[in-house]
Design a protein around this ligand. Structure first.
Ligand code: FES
Length: 248
């Protein structure tokens, strides 16, 4: 069922990312997603980036549908169904969140006093939700080096001992996920990754989101590091919405 929800608040987060807040009485867990219908363009999967009284989606403008979404104003309506997908496990004790680019949107609901963040982006003005971490628990990494460490996300990982955390939660471009996976596998730490795949139905029918026999919309989008270890397609290939398989 599609829900038609009024945008109560709009927040511009970076030059290309904005958050749209709306009231919705559904219970949503960290890591779950919704299918947002954009009239004239179809549906796009989006993570929920706030799960309090006001729920929120955080939109990065990268295609026609998301460019249309990001132009919506307070008082306009969004149309969505869900929530869908396997959430992240309940956080316990000290946790580490690793987010690349707009990937921080799906991790935002896990930010709290015991969360350390490695927040990575290409440019410093694209750092997302960094200020929501306590100052001493914030490790920023940017390719332009204007803010934080200059380089890629693994430089942030060099600053911490991953085994100090009860769990590591990771979301971002798949190349980044793969690099983090390679770095931390073999360590004694639990880790969960949020994967992105082309989605059409969002409910396990069309198979457009499949990866090595898993359906990302119902078996994921969060997967444990052990599950990723069994996926030969992880970090290597994916299906486009046309059905063509491409290298990542
Ligand atoms: S999007 Fe259709 S099966 Fe996952």
């Amino acid at each position: 069922m599609i829900n038609h929800l009024k945008i109560e608040r709009k927040e511009v987060n970076t030059p290309t990312v904005s958050s749209l807040y709306f009231r919705w009485d559904r219970k949503v867990k960290p890591g779950q997603f919704v299918m947002v219908w954009v009239p004239g363009f179809g549906e796009v999967p989006m993570s929920i980036s706030s799960i309090g009284d006001l729920k929120c989606i955080t939109v990065k403008a990268y295609g026609d549908s998301t460019r249309k979404l990001i132009r919506l104003k307070e008082g306009d309506f969004i149309h969505l169904r869900g929530p869908y997908g396997r959430p992240f496990s309940e956080p316990e004790g000290d946790i580490l969140l690793i987010g690349g680019g707009s990937g921080m949107a799906s991790l935002r609901t896990l930010i709290g006093p015991r969360a350390t963040g490695i927040i990575a982006s290409r440019t410093s003005d694209e750092l997302l939700f960094s200020e929501e971490f306590e100052k001493e628990k914030r490790i920023e990494v940017t390719e332009d080096g204007i803010r934080g460490l200059k380089g890629l996300v693994l430089m942030g990982l060099d600053q911490v001992n991953v085994e100090d955390y009860s769990c590591i939660y990771v979301c971002g471009p798949e190349k980044m996920l793969k690099a983090v996976y390679e770095r931390i596998r073999g360590h004694k730490v639990r880790a969960e990754f949020s994967l992105e795949r082309s989605m059409k139905c969002g409910i396990g029918i069309c198979d457009s989101c499949s990866i090595n026999g898993y359906q990302v919309c119902v078996d994921g989008p969060t997967f444990s590091i052990e599950e990723l270890g069994e996926m030969t397609e992880f970090g290597t290939t994916k299906l486009l919405s046309s059905g063509r398989r491409v290298q990542i």
